[in-house]
Structures are given as structure tokens and as C-alpha cells.
Write a protein that binds this ligand. Structure first.
Ligand code: GRF
Length: 208
């Protein structure tokens, strides 16, 4: 049985999709804990209601990133995770932290990477006149929103779209894509090599 720890900062709808899929599809894995850097994160209540251990490591209580990451690591490692899942976790991580969980930490980012790293991705895509937007699941490296791409979801932009309508449509696909990507990892169906991720069954890694 693989052990998964999920980090959130807010709503936690991707975490919820992963928790539900893990239970409904009977993965050989358990969600060992959901950890938030914000005490008020809405997703903590969902996790607790579903019998999952929760913890808060409040970044505001630490003088710097190193101290915060060290405490976060201590709390995470108590659960001995095989996989760390960042699901709307809004903190920049130190190289020491990303190195510790190299090749076993996934993130979801709401853009078609390598375009639009950072914040406000859909608004920036609209400003640039992009005709497609999307989201990416990738392995986490020390460089923000970089790392080998596991899966991507693409959404066409309609004339009447705004940031809210786009993020709502992309989020729906995130909720399909992220559980699938995590399941692939749990089942050992992902092979990393040369900075690329191959799905060993040869199934498509794109979500439309
Ligand atoms: C998602 O759009 C995700 O791509 C981004 O932050 C949002 C998190 O939403 N990183 P939720 O907390 O999973 O509901």
C-alpha cells in the first residue's frame, strides 16, 4: 500500500478529487495526510470528514523559507510518503526540500507549461490573445513550475470568456487529470528519463 501526503493552501478541490478517486477506484494507496500552510484552508474540513489525518504548518510562524520547509518536512516525513502531491499549495519551496522529494513530488499548475509559470495564468493568457489555455501536472524541481510534464489538459478559449469562466472550465479537467496522473504514479506506470515522462501503457497523457 503506497502512502500519499497532499499539501494544500485553500479550497482543496483537486485534493478532494484525488481522495474520491482513490476510494472509488480502489487504488493500492492511501491518503495518509492532508497538510495546509494556512490554518483556515477549506480543504482541511473535507479531509477530516473523510477520516484523513490533517495538519497545519503555518508559514507565518517561521522567519524564513528554510525554517518553514524544515518543519513541513518533519511533519510530512512522519507519514513516510511514497508520493507528495501539491494541490493548490501556494508556497515557493527551497532547493533542499525539492531535492528531498525529487521524482516523488507532483504539482498541478493552471497553464500549458512552459507558458505562463507563476500567478494569474488565465488572465495573462487572455491578455496575450491565447486561443487555448489549460493545466499541467508535472514533477517538481527546484525551478518554479518547471520539471518533467506528466499530463496536460487543454481548453479552447471562447470569445466571451473571462478569467473566471476559463478557470472554471480548466478546473473541471484538472479534476479528471490529476487523479489519473497520481494513479499512474502509484501503479508505477510513469517512467522518467531525460527530463521527460513516459506513460508505460502508451495511453495518451493529454486531456481534452
Ligand atoms: C488550481 O487551479 C490549481 O491548478 C492551482 O490552484 C488551484 C487550486 O484549486 N495550482 P484547489 O485548491 O485544488 O481547489
Amino acid at each position: 500500500m503506497k502512502s500519499i501526503v497532499i499539501l494544500i493552501s485553500g479550497r482543496g478541490s483537486n485534493m478532494e478529487a484525488i481522495v474520491r478517486a482513490c476510494a472509488a477506484e480502489g487504488w493500492g494507496a492511501r491518503i495518509a495526510a492532508v497538510i495546509s500552510n494556512r490554518p483556515g484552508a477549506a480543504g482541511l474540513a473535507f479531509a477530516a470528514e473523510h477520516g484523513i489525518a490533517t495538519a497545519v504548518v503555518d508559514h507565518k510562524a517561521f522567519a524564513g523559507r528554510e525554517a518553514f520547509d524544515a518543519e513541513l518536512q518533519r511533519v510530512i516525513d512522519a507519514y513516510g510518503p511514497d508520493l507528495l502531491v501539491l494541490a493548490g499549495f501556494m508556497r515557493i519551496l527551497t532547493p533542499a526540500f525539492t531535492h528531498r522529494y525529487a521524482e516523488r513530488m507532483l504539482n498541478i499548475h493552471p497553464s500549458l507549461l512552459p507558458a505562463f509559470t507563476g500567478l494569474h495564468t488565465h488572465a495573462r493568457a487572455l491578455e496575450m490573445g491565447c486561443k487555448f489555455v489549460g493545466a499541467t501536472v508535472h514533477f517538481v524541481t527546484a525551478e518554479l513550475d518547471h520539471g518533467a510534464i506528466v499530463a496536460q489538459a487543454v481548453v479552447p478559449v471562447k470569445a466571451e470568456d473571462d478569467e473566471a469562466s476559463l478557470s472554471a472550465r480548466v478546473l473541471k479537467l484538472e479534476h479528471r487529470m490529476y487523479p489519473q496522473a497520481v494513479r499512474w504514479f502509484v501503479e508505477g506506470r510513469l517512467q522518467l528519463g531525460g527530463g521527460l515522462v513516459r506513460q508505460l501503457d502508451g495511453v495518451s497523457q493529454s486531456f481534452i
